[in-house]
Every structure is written in C-alpha cells, then in structure tokens.
Design a protein around this ligand. Sequence first.
Ligand code: GDP
Ligand code: MG
Length: 719
Amino acid sequence: MQEDRIKIALAGNPNSGKTTIFNNITGARQRVGNYPGVTVERKEGSASYKGHWLNVVDLPGTYSLTAYSVEELVARDFIINERPAVVIDVVDTSNLERNLYLAVQLIELGVPLVLAFNMSDVAEQRGMKLDLALLSRLLGAPIVLTVGPKGKGLDELLEAAIGVANGEIKYPPVRVHYGKRIDRLIDGLEPLVEADAGFTGRRPARWVALKLLENDSRAFADVKSPALAEAVQAGIEHIQKTAGDSPETVIAERRYGFISGACQEAVRTTVEKRHDWSDKIDAVMTNKVLGLPIFLGLMWLMFKFTFVASEPFMGWIEDAFAILGGLVGRFLTEGSTLHGLLVDGIIGGVGGVLVFVPIIGFLFLFMAVLEATGYMARAAFIMDTYMHKVGLHGQSFIPMILGFGCTVPGIMACRVIPDRRDRLVTVLVTPFMSCGARLPIYSLFIGALFVEHGGTVLFSLYALGILVALLSAKLLRKFVLKGDTSPLVMELPPYRVPTVRGVLLQTWEQVRMYIKKAGTIILLGSMMIWFLSSFPWEPEYSTDYGAAIAGAQEAHQGRPAEQQAAVKELEARMHGEKLRNSYAGMLGRAIEPLIRPLGFDWKIGVALAGGLVAKEVVVSTLGTLYSVSEADEESQSLRERLQNARWPDGRKVYTPLAAFALMVFSLLYLPCFAALAVIKKETGTWKWPLFVLAYTTSVAWVISLVIYQVGSVLGIGLG
Ligand code: GDP
Ligand code: MG
C-alpha cells in the first residue's frame, strides 16, 4: 500500500510540552539542524501511523506570531511558506488564556489546526473543568487532551491531525472581531491587499491587513502599492486617535478579550488553590536571601558531579587512544611523514579532544535537567537583581546561560531583547560566559594538576566568567552605551518533573555536535598544526643527529641500558630542536615575549593562537606539539606529558599557578572566529566584533598577568 505523506508542524508556547509530544510521535527518528540563516534549532522527525507517513517539525516555542523575535518569524515563515498539512498547537492547559493567544493567531492565519490541550493532568489537579465540545466550536478546531510524559491522548491527537489534514474533520471558520471601527478598516484594506503584487495569496488577505495595522515590519516590507501603504498609515493614525492607544495594543487586547470570553463560556474552576506546590518551592528557591546561595550551590554541585562522574570514562577513552596510537604506530615506519600525521597529528590531536566527551555529556545532562524542571528560568529571575545593578535585566541572563553551551546561539538569542542598548551590551559580554568548548582545556589541566579540587576550580572559572561579564556590562553601560534600562516583567513557568527521554535526547544532541566538531574543524586544525610543527624539514638534523646517535651507540657498546638512555636523550633533543625551528616554533617564539609574563611558553602561545579557530584546538594543539616533541612514549597521556614539560632551566612549565593563569586566559579571550562572525552579523558593523576581539584579549591578558604575578610573589601554586 502506498503511504501518503502528511507534513505536521508543532507550534506552542515555550515549555508547553511541544518537544515532549514531538518525541512521543517521532521517537528516535529525528534530525536536528538549523533554519537557514539563523541559529534557531530546527527539529524534524518522522513516524508511520496507520498507513500514513508523518513528517513532523518541532517549531521554536513562541507566545505570538509578531515580527519581534527570530523565533516568532521562523515559526510564522515556516507555516506560511512550507504549508504544513496541519498545525498542532500544543497548549499548556493549566495556563489556558495566555496559551490560547498563539492559537487565536493561528486561527486567523487560517491554517488547518488541531489543539493539543497538554498538561491536562495539571489542569485537572487545579480543578479545571472544560467543555471541550463548546470550546472546539468557539475556536473552530478539534481539541484533544494530552499528558506529554505519559503519552496520553497521543493516538487521538494523531487521528485528529490526520483527519484535519485530509479534510475529513472540518469546523466552521471562526472570526475574531476587533470592534466596529477596526473591523471596518480591515474590510477596507482586504481588497487593497489582494490587489497588491507583494502578497501572492499565500497569506489570507484579512490576516495581512491585520498585521499591517499591527505595524508588523515584515508585512510592511512586502507592500508594493502606494495606495495600500497610504491606507494602512491612515488606518493606524485613525485607531491611534480614536482609541488613544497604538493599534498593536488595541488589537492584542481584543484578542485576549475574545479568549477570555470563550473561556468564560467553556471553562470552570472548581477548587481555588492560590498557592500550589510550585509556588511553595519558589518561596525557597527564589527567596531574596536564599536564592543566590542556592543558585551558586547548584552550580557548584553541577561541576562537582560532572567531574566526579566523568573521571573513570575519560580514563578508559584515554587508554583506548593510547592503544590505538600504539597499534597504528606499529604498522608504520617510525619517523615517516604518514606516521607523524596519523599518530601525532590526528590521533594525538583529535583523540585529545574526544577524551572530553564524558565531561561534555555529564555537564549538559545536568543542565538539561535544570532546564526541564524549570529551574533555569528561576536562575534568570534570581540574577535579575544583580543584572539590574549592572544596568541589564534577567532577560539578558538567558542568552548568557545559553553561552554556557556555545557563544554563537547565545549571541543570536539576544535578538529577543527589545531595547537596542540592552541587546548590544548583552551581545558584547556573552563571549565571557564559559562555553562548552573551553571545558576540555579546563579538564586537561584540572586532571593533570588539580585533581583534589577539580569541582571548585571549575566552578571558580565559570564564576569568574560571569563576574567579568557583569563588570564589563557595567563599564559598557557607564561609558559606552549610556541610558536607562527598560522595565520588564518576567514570567516563571511552573516546576515540572523532567522526562528521562527528553533530557537524554537533549544531552545527546550536544554530545553529537561536539563529536561532529572533533571530526571536522578540529581534525583539520590538528592536521594543520601537525604540518606547521613538522615543517620545514631540515635534513641536516637527521644527518647530524644520526651521526651523534651512532657515536653514542658506539661509546656505550655493551651497556644496553646506558646506550638506550643516551640514544633517547639525543632523540628527544633532536625532536625538540626540530619543533623549535618549525613554522609553529617560529610563530610561538615570536609570541613568547608577550606571554612570558603570564608564565606561558611558546608552545602555549601556539596553542592559544590555534584556539582562535575553536577553543578545543588549544587542547588538540598541545596534544600534537607534545607528541611531536617526545621521542616515542605513545603510551603517555597528554596529562603526563604536560606534567613532565620543563623550561630550559629545568623548572616545570605547568605549575598549578601557570595552569590556572592559562585556564583564565582561555576563559576570557575571544571564544572563536565563529563568535566574531556572528557579532558582525548581529550588530551589522565590523566595529563591534573588532572591539570584542581587542577587549576580550586585553582583559584576558591583564587578569592572567595579575594572577600569575601575584601568585608568584606570594609563592602560591608554584610546586
Ligand atoms: P517545550 O518547551 O514546549 O518543548 O516543552 P518540553 O516538551 O520541553 O516540556 C517542558 C516540561 O514539561 C518537561 O519537563 C516535560 O516533562 C513537562 N511536560 C510536558 N508535557 C506535560 C504534561 O502533559 N504534564 C506534565 N505534568 N508535565 C508535562
Ligand atoms: Mg522544546
């Protein structure tokens, strides 16, 4: 039997349970990507149901369909341009009136619609009684009660969706009335919209007319005929004058009025519970005094957990790569180019980065749990007070928290911040938030030098990042982007018990991205660094050292132990000298005077320069440089090699102090070129990315310098 294909889009407010339902429908059959041109995640999946093949897209969570945020535009464009056969609007029933705001806009857009009344368990607990038949009629779409985590109502939902898609289920269309005056304006605009070449009929004329009156920039951009533009302008002025408020406000009020009317008819609440358990938890969690210590405590716990849980796994992966390196090495001639490229370049570099997969996995697991329970929204709420002190608000903390994962989406998330100055300041300070790619650097040095206090060191780095970001915001606010902060009301979603599946899927996405990066950018970076550190190839080394080695063998004839030691020593010297004179060595030695005061040698300089491409490259570069410089010892882990590294005068390179300064530098300097590119894109000029490059690097240099010099004088962490 030929299966038909049905395209389904899932829309809904953030936290309404969209992703849970998406996972229910599609299971593991999903792909994650981005919408073209923006870093809004696009999740797609497919499923087969009773002979129908369903293609499902999880749209970004939105409250509305205005043109103010990328998420809303993405959701709106998808629905308009990709014409899904049916849109399932996932509604949080326990917060019905607010959630129906989006539903009303979908109704007005005239899309085939099914309403999934999710969280119906919560609604029931609160004593809500719904007359579904009546509400369906009032809203003009079938309604199905669902409970996401239990999969309840799923079959019924799919039946309804397929029915609507096939045209078997049909409700009489519903029209929201905006009052005589506005309705008449809309009626008058409709024919002008239909006649305008800019609107080719994908969007209902009435909806376009409404959007134009709402001053929707995206709709405006499509207007071609001057007649329409004039009529809209006149209409807006007319509403402004007669209603004494902007058309947007008046129209939004009317929509809420429509919803409120429908709910009054069809929804009854039997018990009134003013303080449910969510509020009780919040009384403690977001308490004025306790909120911040609890937040900091949870963060500390997160890092401690990450570190302790991942330790054994990392050991196994490290061993596996050592064995792999040894095996591959055995089949190739020692000292050949291929041997160098495979063993030192690729296995040393990429392996050095892949070792940190467990750390990434556990950290994001913990974060996914915090997010799914609703705690992350509280974190922003708690930080709100502190954000105000630096001239921002809690809203800016969300992009910054995203920055813990990756700076690029963090910066893109700033688009939702309405005030231009607030947005710009947030864009400029988000790079200080410690992204996932810096984590391998920390874990490398913590594993080598701070095993006892791993969690604390990690925590202090993340905290320092936040602190520098906040102080920078304060400075920027004071000297560069002056002005008042705009007021903002934040809404807290209720606490929820996360689903195992949702949390694991989200974690897996992050891990997968990390592994993918290791196989692409970092692989290329490692090969490049290997090339730079292995060439130019000076044949005289081989000849000179060959002769010296032969001499040493001669001199220690008959004493195998001494002979081996002497040869090894010479080989190590040869590798060291080769590396110093390679391209990487030249670059490193050119940088060295600048970074010597921070306690860094030239190899670190090369690694930091490589880190501009992507932060993981710092680790893979060190992996490659130290494999290249050692004679054999493939079995030694990078950590051990770092512990053994010496300055020419015999002192250790990686003292705890120097390593800490290095971690701080890695935390604070530019995250990567991709971050620069996205800042350019978001701010529209090269001025800001260049500012960020200069600013972050200077801040990193100064703070690391202070740490290293003060530590040296006080004699802390030198041993
Ligand atoms: P999204 O932001 O719309 O994608 O929402 P998610 O699917 O990530 O769900 C947010 C949280 O709500 C998760 O912790 C889910 O486990 C929880 N959740 C989803 N549906 C329900 C439901 O019907 N009842 C209850 N009690 N919790 C739910
Ligand atoms: Mg989601």
